[in-house]
Design a protein around this ligand. Sequence first.
Ligand SMILES: Cc1cc2nc3c(=O)[nH]c(=O)nc-3n(C[C@H](O)[C@H](O)[C@H](O)COP(=O)(O)OP(=O)(O)OC[C@H]3O[C@@H](n4cnc5c(N)ncnc54)[C@H](O)[C@@H]3O)c2cc1C
Length: 349
Amino acid sequence: MIKTDILIIGAGPTGLFTVFEAGLLKLKCHLIDALPQPGGQCSELYLKKPIYDIPGFPEILAGDLTANLLEQGKQFQPGFTLGERAETIEKQEDGSFIVTTNKGTKHHAPIIAIAGGLGSFEPRKPKLEGIEKYEDKGVAYFIKDPEVYRDKKVVIAGGGDSALDWSIFLADVASEVTLVHRRNEFRGALDSVEKVQELKVLNKINLITPAEITALHGDNHLEGVSVTKDGNTEFIEADEFIPLFGLSPKLGPIGDWGLEIEKNAIKVDTLDYQTNIPGIYAIGDVNTYEGKLKLILCGFHEATLMCQSAYKRLNPGKKFVLKYTTVSGINGFDGSRKESPKAVVKAIV
Ligand SMILES: Cc1cc2nc3c(=O)[nH]c(=O)nc-3n(C[C@H](O)[C@H](O)[C@H](O)COP(=O)(O)OP(=O)(O)OC[C@H]3O[C@@H](n4cnc5c(N)ncnc54)[C@H](O)[C@@H]3O)c2cc1C
């Protein structure tokens, strides 16, 4: 049985920052994530893309943000159960919880912080005969490492931001990029649409609209796709096919934990992001309240307030005084103490 003060379900940016904020309050954290690596959407969906709206970072790659968050939390020695999905929760008589994963690992904590984001990642797959046969053999629904596509012939399908952004990015990596969309209009940022049009003129992206991929070809690995436009079908050579039709958000087993759910998200109050079950909080993309914004910085804010509330729950009656890290430093569990140097004020005579 793994014991901790705060059990965090989801090691995305919100869960990772919770470790730091809890650590400042001397609360120990353990994280569970269904994915084999921490970082949530940042690692799984856009590892190599720059983010521009993290305070204090004019530009930071999603992968670097994850690495920084891990570094920042490291001093508080969080535990990790990776590659396992939190499956069931049992409330104990003393009000604490036992969470068990799909692999049977048990975790015991008085506080649960659900930072499950979109839940388990379920890509919307196109209805193409035999597509499963090509998965990881030329068909992928996420781009984990763009280098996989270097000097390859790549076909991307979709009309949203992901399809546009990856077509732009891979235009400099792949030997050939074809973007296929069933409409002439795209549902993405205007500058991305304009960039794709610009790259089309430069012959760096082969744009086919309105069209659809109607068949996949190849023996042991994908060798090509059929594209149908205006009733005519043509064969296009392809080493890789990446359908980017979005993710269908699935809360997964957490949806059966007796929490109040609204539109696939967990309802919380905005005082401390607690759910309808006392002691269970929901922070980051996984929660919903009036005015909710699914942004990383909002997850950070929610994590901070949630930790304060958890501290008060665990230490009833204890007076809490907010301290700045610049004043009190960071006092790690390992006994190491990092303090900002004290100013020496001399009397003026
Ligand atoms: C392409 C793209 C670009 C984006 N760009 C920006 C941007 O520029 N700026 C910005 O602020 N935001 C951006 N976002 C949104 C941002 O990524 C999310 O707001 C952020 O990732 C939410 O963090 P989170 O930790 O709450 O959830 P997530 O990052 O979704 O992490 C949740 C984690 O919980 C895990 N999990 C879920 N259920 C379980 C379970 N039952 N058991 C175990 N683990 C579980 C999942 O595996 C996942 O790793 C972007 C998103 C995408 C897809």
